[in-house]
Design a protein around this ligand. Sequence first.
Ligand code: C5P
Length: 226
Amino acid sequence: TRYLALVPAAGSGSRFGGPSPKQYLQLNGRPLMWHTLQALSQVEAISEVVLVLSPGDEWFDDFDWDLPKLRVHRVGGASRAESVRNGLEAMAAGEQDWVLVHDAARCCLSVAAVERLIATLADDQVGGLLALPVPDTVKRADAEGRISATVPRQGLWLAQTPQMFRAGLLARALAGSVADEVTDEASAIERHGHKPRLVEGDAQNFKVTYPRDLALARAILASRKD
Ligand code: C5P
């Protein structure tokens, strides 16, 4: 079995704003997404890093990527699930190959976290994902912004990526437009009747979502340079 990384990067980043999508913002001399692709490339078990771009992407060719494991397919769709579905088709994975789907915007992913995910799930029947136990007290709000309930945080986790599943199972779980509502691959697998495993990730593997997240990402990446 092979380990293949799949990075959907066909989103517009509407919450972030700005002239180009956030995945192309410069971070320490490289596009944000380069750091993401580089981390996945450095994982020895991973043989290919498959990037899914929007067919209308005008930015990718402006930069030097210089990552030998990188394969690029311009087959992004209208939803994240559609982008992943199209990427799976384009990469021609075998039924039993492991696919690690990872957000382009999680650029501070560490090689150690991916290796922990792979080691934990190597013999797993279903697969799983990196996630973090919720550290704060969780409140549910009513329409007026007042607390309607305190949700016990015991057993609550924040889903991160990579999310690692067998290519065959993942393709079946993402088939059809009902899958277009899911916000991560694990949800599609759950709907399919399986229980993905949670593997503890780390707080540095956050998703760059707002401009205020950039300073932290820059600091983390700079601290790793030898
Ligand atoms: O919007 P969000 O941050 O949840 O997107 C998660 C990932 O899915 C991003 O890497 C984004 O580029 C990707 N995506 C995609 N195709 C879409 C929507 C999102 O590849 N149509």
